[in-house]
Design a protein around this ligand. Structure first.
Ligand code: UDP
Length: 329
């Protein structure tokens, strides 16, 4: 697994262990946290370092790869596109090259709803045209296309999972979302609840939505992980490739997120309306019918309040994120 020290990858570790997989985490710890690696074996390394990566494949009997490592900020991808094309695209090609050289042909890829760009129809189905409007979405779209080619030429078997907005935290393990800097809405809102005087910046209230703020489909990180495990099992069993949306199918505006967070935290959360953020589109809501039909996937936490509650639990107990644990080292 790459990116196992990151937010989503770390949530996969225990469930994979319970499903009977031995996990090797390959992560450069550039954004992840050593303390998030709560199961499996951590190898600190960079995807740009093909030699180190190759050594991992030579040393272990690897049968499949889940590729979580990725930069994931839409706004940053507009100002620093090179970072996104190198880390998300070129480094994924390195990983695939090393995999194929070692005859490893099962791959679960963390893609994104941003491959669709501005949706023409809602909810978005997997066959909706892909027309990304920011370099982050482009980097994922390029990899998706390359995977389809490699499937034909090299018999790679992949599951492309197009996440909508990953949110929440484990309700069992003490792990959660801790990015530095944080740019994602729910952690920002919860940090504002923890720190009086911090004002949430709402990026635009002139979108074509019920209250003018952007609509997103928030899906619990544990549900994203169950989609991963079902997909991996399906690759093993059916020996074919899949592409699925992973979203809850419900959309909430930025203002609705803030309102729900106020109710859960019982804190005042101030916000101010700012300019639109470059790269944003007004609404992104998934149709998750395909993964439900083909793999029987169903999100366990559908209500926004349930999702935010698990995130609040993590932030409240770990106000400095993983630094709470790391500072004693
Ligand atoms: N957003 C916001 N203020 C913030 C962070 C995000 O208004 O401080 C909005 C953002 O414009 C988008 C939504 O919240 O419409 C979700 O953004 P996030 O960065 O969490 O995820 P993304 O959709 O970019 O993956």
């Amino acid at each position: 697994m790459t990116g196992g020290a990151g937010y989503i990858g770390s949530h996969a570790l225990k469930p994979l262990e319970s499903a009977g997989y031995d996990v090797i985490v390959y992560d450069n710890l550039s954004e992840g946290h050593q303390d998030a690696v709560i199961a499996g074996k951590l190898v600190v390394g960079d995807l740009a370092d093909e030699k180190a990566l190759d050594a991992v494949f030579k040393e272990h009997n690897i049968t499949a790869v889940m590729h979580f490592a990725s930069n994931c900020y839409v706004g940053e991808s507009v100002s620093e596109p090179q970072k996104y094309f190198v880390n998300n695209l070129a480094n994924t090609l390195n990983l695939l090259r090393v995999m194929l050289a070692n005859d490893v042909k099962r791959f679960v890829f963390s893609s994104s709803c941003s491959v669709y760009g501005a949706p023409i129809t809602l909810p978005i189905r997997e066959d909706h045209p892909r027309a990304p409007v920011n370099p982050y979405g482009m980097s994922k779209h390029f990899v998706e296309q390359i995977l389809a080619v490699y499937a034909k030429s090299y018999k790679l078997r992949y599951a492309t999972l197009r996440y909508f907005n990953a949110a929440g935290a484990s309700s069992v393990e003490n792990i959660g979302e801790d990015h530095d800097p944080e740019t994602h809405l729910i952690p920002i809102v919860l940090k504002a609840a923890l720190n009086e005087g911090v004002t949430v910046k709402v990026y635009g209230d002139d979108y074509n939505t019920s209250d003018g703020t952007c609509i997103r489909d928030y899906v619990h990180v544990d549900d994203i992980i169950s989609a991963h495990i079902l997909s991996l099992d399906a690759i093993f069993e059916k020996d074919r490739s899949f592409t699925f949306n992973v979203g809850s199918g419900a959309g909430y505006t930025v203002k609705e997120v803030i309102k729900a967070a106020k109710e859960i935290t019982r804190k005042n959360i101030d916000y101010e309306i700012m300019q639109r953020r470059p790269g944003d589109v007004d609404s992104l809501v998934a149709s998750a019918a395909k993964i439900h039909k083909e793999l029987g996937w169903e999100p366990k936490r559908l209500k926004l309040a349930d999702i935010i509650s698990t995130a609040w639990n993590w932030h409240k107990n770990n106000p400095a994120g993983f630094d709470d644990k790391e500072e004693g080292r």
